[in-house]
Design a protein around this ligand. Sequence first.
Ligand SMILES: Cc1cc2nc3c(=O)[nH]c(=O)nc-3n(C[C@H](O)[C@H](O)[C@H](O)COP(=O)(O)O)c2cc1C
Length: 326
Amino acid sequence: MIRKLKIGSVELRNNLALAPMAGITNAAFRSLCIEGGAGLVVSEMVSAESIRYGNKKSLKLLEIYPSEHPIAMQLFGADPGSMARAAKLAEELGADIIDINAGCPVKKVLRSGAGAALMKEPLILDAIVKKTVKAVSVPVTVKIRCGLVSGEVISPRLALVIESAGGSAITLHGRPASSFHTGPVDFDALAATAAAVRIPIFGNGGARTAADAARILGTGCAGVAIGRAAVENPSVFSEIAEGLKGAAGGAAPDPARRIKLFIRFLELNAALYGGDQGVVRARKLVGYWLKGFPDSSALRGAFMKTAGLNEAKALLLQYMRDAKYL
Ligand SMILES: Cc1cc2nc3c(=O)[nH]c(=O)nc-3n(C[C@H](O)[C@H](O)[C@H](O)COP(=O)(O)O)c2cc1C
């Protein structure tokens, strides 16, 4: 059921959250998702160690637009002190919630002891959550997986660790770390984890429609976190909310609206990074955004070659005219 939800002291207008995605959920994209009905948006993961050493690219990731609240800033790291210090800075810069990444399966992250490696080290995870909770006055949440490998379900135990360390909510990606972002979602693991703790659990994995969200909420999860479906369509939150209310929602926006939204994203990205870099950084999204469009692979190829905002906009507008979307 669609409903308001409280994470610690932060009230969300609904229980549909944007899942964190590296290279995608920047301030520009998050703003569109808030506009598209998300109850909460989450940043891409930011390295606590890079923040500690003043890395400019990482500091840039902490930037928050006034148009994107409530926002959780996601941090990754293995050192409780660094995580707590980075959390404090993120709070000072306007984060409403601090989210700790304990589910990333990328080798480089695992080798540093961060991300999903923390699922093997509940004592370190406990220390990170406790120290971060102590360092900030905003709520602290954690994102985990159901297990590390297929068939393993350790999320209920980890959820108890997180809850007793002071965590205010958990996002549970219902696929094991070894599966990265593909394969079936373990709905039984979602149910067992939601039943194990009192803090809200956002179930995550493969939600694209109101029916998918209803299935996740049916496990006892308080909310749903949506990743790739939001990249294809940042209005997916409103559509799912309408669908859950029983309204005639669920219809994807028409292609012209999707392209216009993408153009707006390019403009917001240009404001964040400058025209050229804004377009270069949008390349990661273009495949998702233009999925299913006629001749989308040719359009994608042409987009990859554009230099600067004006060229990219001209290409998309011409495509709309040729396809009679305008
Ligand atoms: C391109 C990409 C980047 C991601 N980056 C992060 C990240 O920075 N932090 C994180 O906790 N999860 C990350 N994830 C995982 C997503 O948050 C989410 O758990 C996953 O995509 C499953 O949700 P979905 O099926 O709705 O896409 C990423 C996923 C993708 C596809």
